[in-house]
Design a protein around this ligand. Structure first.
Ligand SMILES: Cc1cc2nc3c(=O)[nH]c(=O)nc-3n(C[C@H](O)[C@H](O)[C@H](O)COP(=O)(O)OP(=O)(O)OC[C@H]3O[C@@H](n4cnc5c(N)ncnc54)[C@H](O)[C@@H]3O)c2cc1C
Length: 517
């Protein structure tokens, strides 16, 4: 044997020995080994792998659409209800889509939800009319802009409206600049994990942060853009959530709106939100099994068995994506891992309930979007925070003619006013309690013949404490993705908005280890 041959054999032995067991296993099965990449998330390994997505809400439907676009061929959505859309629930009533859940879009929706909407349902954007505000006296309604100016005069200790306005604009611009300095320019809902010094600077509640940064004068802005949307009182919610939602782009839109612009990127949908998810399912031909309530998930290294009632009704999938609220779910996982238990048990949910209500003679607000800041500020459990007359809002009806009832609230020539009313509380409400409070509130506003057609007491925005957020729990969850053979998606791992869950899906798919063909 000559020395060249010997050297060749030796080199081969070296190469084989250094190949990872993972690689050798894959080769042994005659497959292409999955490619490795630094910082990637483990996901489905092959395009033909069977994938189950639990929940056909916005996160589930969008994830199925994204994975299909990536070339995955065997995707099944499992939904416990008999409809898709989750918290996007649209009831068509009196000639208007009455959105009982998802309803508004902000400038941050341009690159995600608005693109989807244009592709699947055509352009059905309607500009959001300005809000009117009621404080202590529920019969008195003032424009939101007036409320902001009065509060700014108080905050800046001046009687001059121009000076108050200028100082407010300055504070909004400072916030925008500070946000950019803290987090830079980033794509999607979740910014890259900030440095320790940034985390220290944004510690505590949103109000703590605003006070430290001399920006507490922005409270009237965030009351509408944050608290009113159910995202927490400023003195309770983590500063990081505040900064995630109130992006520079949103602030620029709000600033333009205060300065009188009408086209500021704030919208509603003319046909409501639920039809968007239904259109994606339809046009993408997505496979959805309805009335399938997943009660148990057994997993091992090969994949997971999803069971509806007990071990006798189980189906095997190579990969699972779980979108329902994780605090209610992780106990269904067998085995439940300690990191899952530790993280997902920590969220706290509040309740944002909506009711579809008819009434006569009620004292209308100045516009069809009617915020009751008095109730928000008092933090009274399940008090009415807002009402939206969808028929009027979509048509831009406002002003004295709207207030005195000249403009209708439906397409049937009746004098009845129909609204979606919002009630907020920390403890789980009883439906009877919600109805009682709603009726009492409308009676106080001179309403008669009050009929509550439907009540939805939603579990809303599973949130981590300021301390957990400050410890970087959202990035810890991101690092856990794929570790136990599944992904966690949906609002309980990021934030309660359709834009947030869709952007989180995009992040997962962007970071996914490339699958094999
Ligand atoms: C009153 C209200 C107003 C809102 N307004 C806005 C707004 O203006 N703009 C905005 O962007 N967002 C808004 N949202 C938030 C938005 O609707 C949610 O963030 C979004 O729906 C979250 O999507 P998701 O898929 O994560 O969860 P969900 O919408 O909750 O969907 C989860 C799905 O999983 C299903 N499921 C649960 N458990 C199981 C199980 N065991 N097996 C099978 N299926 C299961 C559920 O039935 C549901 O369909 C609002 C929500 C509410 C309630």
């Amino acid at each position: 044997m000559n020395w060249k041959l010997l050297l060749g054999i030796f080199a081969c032995i070296l190469i084989l020995a250094s190949a990872s067991p993972h690689y050798r296993r894959a080769r042994h099965r005659g497959r292409q080994p999955p490619r490795r990449c630094a910082g990637c998330i483990r996901g489905p390994r092959r395009l033909s792998d069977s994938i189950a997505i639990v929940g056909a809400g916005p996160a589930g439907v969008h994830m199925a659409y994204l994975l299909k676009k990536k070339g995955f061929t065997d995707i099944t959505l499992l939904e416990k209800n008999s409809r898709s859309g989750g918290k996007s629930l649209t009831i068509n009533y009196r000639g208007a889509p009455q959105d009982m859940g998802t309803v508004y879009l902000s400038p941050d929706y341009e690159e995600n939800i608005i693109k989807l909407m244009k592709k699947y349902t055509g352009d059905n954007l309607a500009h959001l009319p300005p809000a009117s505000i009621r404080l202590g006296d529920l019969k008195l309604s003032i424009p939101y802009k007036q409320y902001v100016i009065v509060e700014s005069m108080r905050n800046f200790n001046t009687t001059n409206t121009t000076i108050a306005g200028m100082k407010l604009v300055h504070a909004m611009k400072s916030y925008i600049g500070l946000h950019a300095r803290l987090f830079g320019n980033y794509t999607g809902e979740l910014m890259p994990r900030p440095s320790r010094s940034v985390m220290h600077r944004i510690r505590g509640t949103f109000m703590d942060f605003l006070k430290r940064e001399n920006l507490a004068s922005l409270q009237p802005i965030f009351l509408a853009s944050h608290t009113m949307q159910g995202y927490g009182h400023l003195d309770e919610i983590s500063a990081l959530y505040g900064l995630m939602w109130n992006t520079p782009k949103l602030m620029v839109g709000l600033l333009k709106r205060l300065q009188g612009a009408t086209n500021t990127g704030l919208y509603m949908l003319k046909h409501g939100f639920q039809p968007l998810w239904e259109a994606i399912i339809d046009q993408e031909n997505l496979r959805v099994h309805y009335d399938v309530d997943i009660r148990l998930l057994y997993r091992n290294r090969r994949g997971s068995w999803l069971c509806t009632r007990d071990e006798r009704e189980c189906h095997f999938f190579r990969f699972v994506i779980w979108t329902p609220e994780l605090k209610l779910s992780f106990r269904k996982f067998r085995p439940a891992r300690s990191d899952e238990r530790d993280i997902f048990s920590r969220t706290q949910v509040h309740y944002y309930s909506t009711s579809l209500v008819d009434s006569l003679n009620v004292k209308r607000g100045l516009t069809a979007i009617d915020y009751m800041f008095g109730n928000v500020l008092s933090k009274r459990e399940h008090s009415v925070w807002a009402q939206r007359d969808s028929y009027a809002a979509l048509r831009g009806y406002a002003g004295p003619a709207y207030q005195n009832g000249t403009y209708p609230s439906g397409n049937d020539r009746k004098k009845t006013r129909t609204v979606v009313g919002y009630q907020y509380g920390k403890r789980k409400p009883r439906v009877g309690q919600l109805r009682r409070i709603m009726k009492a509130t409308l009676s106080e506003m001179h309403g008669t013949s009050i009929r509550i057609r439907k009540v939805e007491p939603w579990r809303y925005f599973p949130r981590f404490s300021p301390a957990d957020m400050n410890a970087g729990i959202l990035w810890d969850i991101l690092e856990m993705q794929g570790r136990h053979g599944m992904w966690y998606a949906g609002s309980s791992v990021i934030f309660e908005s359709v834009k947030s869950v869709v952007e989180y899906n995009e992040l997962l798919v962007r970071k996914m280890r490339p699958p094999c063909g």
